[in-house]
Design a protein around this ligand. Sequence first.
Ligand SMILES: [Fe+2]
Length: 232
Amino acid sequence: MTEESDLYFAQHPVGQMANLAYLIGSRSKRQALVVDPAWNVRGLLDQAARDGIEIVGALVTHYHQDHVGGEIFGHSIEGLDALLELQPVPIHANKHEVEGLIKVTGISPGDVVPHESGDRLEIGGVAVRFIHTPGHTPGSQCFLVEEAGRAGHLVAGDTLFLNGCGRVDLPGSDPRAMYESLEKLKRLPDDTILYPGHLYSPEGSDSLGDQKRTNPYLRAASVDVFLSFMGH
Ligand SMILES: [Fe+2]
């Protein structure tokens, strides 16, 4: 008989831009990290509380307002500032994203833990590996959720969507870096489950193996094909 999984994992649709926030943690430790808390921070904390889970940190995929809060098009989105008021926890961001993150959200440098690619956080039997995937923004990162003997969960922010990838025509974007980041993600095992930062497709997740076969952005045969695909 296989041992029961210790993973606590919830996908949470939030806001008016089809964002997906996540809770990742350990059932036995009753603790979790919240990924991209924005739009409805109270709702995310309430879900964890209902499940008897304490939020012990926040993970940032990238610094765009729809993922971390801030002003956009004259509209204010709640995010990390609301989280720090309700539940002061460390904010984990890639080191290349810290400056933009502080500018966009107004949180203070002392609230942010800068990370290198390859860093890991562990909660109970669950490990979260940070993978730097620049392209959409300089410090975009994905989170690989690992548990011994089980398929990984890849929380990919705006780097990789189901049958799509993030925009590379924004300030700080880099199409060549995006190609390399997607190549990096393609090296993960086929049974890894992809969880994107937006619900742009009917399904909320898919196996990376299926995406390698069907996602045109993962199928580009070379960097030049990819760049022409992206209009460069
Ligand atoms: Fe974004």
